[in-house]
Design a protein around this ligand. Sequence first.
Ligand SMILES: [Zn+2]
Length: 339
Amino acid sequence: MKDSEMLSFIQGLPKTELHLHIEGTFEPELMFKIAKRNNLEIKYADVEELKRAYSFNNLQEFLDIYYAGASVLIEEQDFYDLTWAYLTKVHEENVKHVEIFFDPQTHTDRNVSFEYVLNGIYKALEDGQKQLGISFKLIMSFLRHLDEASAFKTLEQALPYKDKIIAVGLDSSELGNPPSKFKNVFKKALDEGFLTVAHAGEEGPSEYIREALDLLKVGRIDHGNRCLDDIDLVKRLAKEQMPLTLCPLSNLELKVIKDLKEYPLLKMMEHNLLVTINSDDPAYFGGYMNENFWGITKALNLSKSQIAELAKNGFKASWLSPNEKQTYLKEIDLYLLNN
Ligand SMILES: [Zn+2]
């Protein structure tokens, strides 16, 4: 099959995104524009120099640049513009529903108000729903390199906004920061009615995935690649149909894998794992949803029905209502039939 035919199949497929850090959608052009507006310096001379710095050997090298970039976000309008830029981008890629992360501590630790961050992001999401037809849920992530006391403080700040935040998550430097470090704050979040998710098994061991399931009671595992080291865990994840939000280009850029050809996606699908495709931090990792789908399609020689299956998994793994899910699943079946 011709590349162009597959690309247009991917383009037209209705998609959802479940693993996306809004701060990771900060494109260099917008970063310079907002820095200028806020009279802040960026340590790179121009957009080109900044783009050249986007080459990483591991998660930590990426995080260092990611936090430097996020530091120019100050006003509510900045968070609105960041989120709106993401939504218009994925709208072009036929993404219908997003469940995105934001990291309040990245901003509140710089004395930016929690309210500005939340309101800016949320207003853009509401406008995206109205103007672009993209439905959404918002997930607040705790930074795991910070301590649990800081996560508790963040949870307190979020309590007045329970109607706007559906879940809490856990991200940032994984190794040495196991889910068990946050078991008390997740317990409190669950008691307050939040759903829970956590990054686990990206760089960290499969044991972290077990901890996320057993101690944090997560409804999805973000990444989860390392489950393959533990066959009993794989069986459990398959049996529970626990979603894994995979991020192929992110894994490639951060050297979790050397080549997309070794991406264990087919093996995971053979094990009947509920795997979904996502972009993680697309401004930094070379691509949004379609680029991720295209990357694995090309590397693993996926068929149209396998690609459609992955798109369906995204809707199944989402927090849409059963009726909404059915509508999208039928739409994808019909799309596959006609394309
Ligand atoms: Zn992530």
